[in-house]
Design a protein around this ligand. Structure first.
Ligand SMILES: *Cc1c(COP(=O)(O)O)cnc(C)c1O
Length: 382
C-alpha cells in the first residue's frame, strides 16, 4: 500500500522509490528478505564466528536439504558462476588459484551453445575463462559441441529455463552432460531461476552436472546471496577460491571481493529451510490472484490486451502480458513503459523491442497489484 511511510527512507535522501511491477530484478533491488530471514539475520549478530567454518556448516545444511553432495553460499548466483569457472580451471591447487585470472598453461575454455548465450555468461569470464561458441545462430548439434571441444576445454555450460518453450535447435542438457562425461570435462548449469518445483534444487547435479547455481534472491533471501551446489570436489575448490579461502586459508584467490556477511549466510540458510517447508499452493494461488487484480481494471478498455501468464515453474509464477494497440491508444508498448515510470508513484515495468510488457507480481507489496492495473488504465485513458 502506498502510505506516507512507503519509501520514506529513500525520499529522505532525495531518491525516488518505485513500484516494482517487473519482478525479481537486480536493477530494482531484487528481493525483500522475508520475516524468517530477517529474524535469522538478527540472531546472527549475537556472536562472531570464523566464516570459513560457517560456510562449511551452512553449505552442509543446504546440501542436505537439496540432496546434493556439497553446497556453498556465494555473493549471488553471479559469483557462483565466476568461482565455478575458476574451479574448473585451477581446481584446488593453491598455486594455480593464485595465478588466476592469468590462465597461462590452464584449460581455460568453456563451451556454450550459440543460441544459449545469455546475459550472465559474462560472469564465467571474470575468472579469466574464455567462452567458446558451439554451432551458430541457427542451432547446435552434438557434432558441433564435440567440434568446439579442444585440449583447452575445461567445461560445457548450459543455462536452463524450464518455463520457456523447448528450443528444438539446441542440444538438450542431458546430452550435453553425456558429452562432458564422455570427453572428461566439467558440466556446468546455470539454474538460477529454477526454484520451483522443489526437485529442481540439485536436480541438475543429480543428473550428472558437476555444478549448478541458484539465485537466492528468488526466495526471499538477502538479494546479494546465491548458492553453488555440486560435487565435493567442485565445492571444495569453490571454497578455496572464495573470500573465506583468501582470509581463512591465506590463498590469494580472485573470490576475495565476493564477500558474504555472516548475517546474510544465516539469512540464506533460513530462506532455503523456509522454502522447503513453504505451502507452495498458497504462494502460487496468491501470485495468480494478484495477477488477476492487475488485469481487472483493464478488461474493457479498447486497445489494451491483458492476459494472465499461465506458468508456475521457476521464479516468477503467473504474471500478466500487457500490450497496447498504437492505432487505438495513440502510443506503443515502449511509450507505455515510459509513461508508467513518469507516474506518481512511478511504476516500473519493462519491454524489449516494443514487445508486450511482461509484468510479474514478485516485487509488489499488498495492495500494489490493484494500483498497477489502475495506473495502466489511467495512462491509456489519458
Ligand atoms: C539473477 C540471475 C543470475 C545472477 O544471479 P545474482 O544472484 O543476481 O548474482 C544468473 N543467472 C540467471 C539465469 C539469473 O536469473
Amino acid at each position: 500500500m502506498v502510505t506516507s511511510e512507503w519509501g520514506a527512507i529513500y525520499k529522505e535522501l532525495g531518491a525516488q522509490p518505485v513500484i516494482n511491477a517487473t519482478g525479481s530484478v537486480t536493477l530494482l533491488g531484487g528481493s525483500t528478505p522475508v520475516p524468517e530471514v530477517k529474524e535469522a539475520m538478527d540472531r546472527a549478530d549475537s556472536a562472531f564466528i570464523p566464516l570459513i567454518e560457517l560456510e562449511k556448516a551452512a553449505g552442509d545444511e543446504i546440501a542436505r536439504l537439496c540432496g546434493v553432495p556439497a553446497a556453498w553460499i556465494t555473493s549471488g548466483a553471479g559469483s557462483a558462476l565466476t568461482l565455478a569457472s575458476a574451479a574448473f580451471m585451477a581446481g584446488s591447487d593453491d598455486d594455480l588459484i593464485q595465478q588466476l585470472p592469468d590462465t597461462t598453461g590452464l584449460k581455460d575454455e568453456i563451451v556454450i551453445q550459440h543460441r544459449e548465450q545469455y546475459w550472465y555468461d559474462r560472469c564465467l569470464q571474470f575468472s579469466g575463462a574464455k567462452l567458446v561458441l558451439a554451432g551458430d545462430e541457427n542451432g547446435t548439434n552434438e557434432d558441433d559441441i564435440r567440434a568446439a571441444i579442444t585440449d583447452k576445454t575445461c567445461a560445457l555450460h548450459v543455462p536452463v529455463v524450464e518455463q520457456a518453450p523447448k528450443d528444438p535447435n539446441v542440444v538438450p542438457l542431458d546430452k550435453v552432460i553425456e558429452i562432458a562425461k564422455d570427453v572428461g570435462v566439467y558440466a556446468s548449469v546455470d539454474a538460477a531461476g529454477q526454484i520451483f518445483p522443489l526437485e529442481n534444487f540439485g536436480k541438475y547435479v543429480r543428473m550428472g552436472a558437476d555444478f549448478q547455481c541458484i539465485a537466492a534472491k528468488y526466495m526471499g533471501a538477502p538479494h546479494s546471496t546465491g548458492l553453488a551446489l555440486g560435487t565435493e570436489d567442485i565445492i571444495e575448490a569453490i571454497g578455496r577460491h572464495s573470500f573465506v579461502g583468501y582470509e581463512g586459508r591465506r590463498i590469494r584467490g580472485l573470490g576475495r571481493p565476493h564477500k558474504v556477511d555472516r548475517q546474510e549466510m544465516m539469512g540464506c540458510v533460513a530462506a532455503v529451510q523456509r522454502w522447503f517447508k513453504l505451502d507452495h499452493e498458497s504462494r502460487l494461488a496468491a501470485a495468480e490472484q494478484e495477477s488477476l487484480e492487475i488485469i481487472k481494471p483493464l478488461r474493457d478498455i479498447p486497445g489494451v490486451s491483458a492476459e494472465l501468464i499461465d506458468n508456475i515453474i521457476a521464479h516468477q509464477p503467473f504474471g500478466v502480458t500487457i500490450g497496447v494497440d498504437e492505432e487505438v491508444v495513440g502510443f506503443n508498448n515502449e511509450d507505455l513503459v515510459v509513461k508508467l515510470k513518469e507516474g506518481d508513484p512511478p511504476v516500473w515495468t519493462r519491454t524489449m523491442d516494443n514487445a508486450p510488457l511482461t509484468i510479474h507480481v514478485f516485487g509488489l507489496n499488498p495492495g500494489e497489484a490493484k494500483l498497477v492495473g489502475e495506473s495502466i488504465a489511467a495512462v491509456v485513458r489519458g
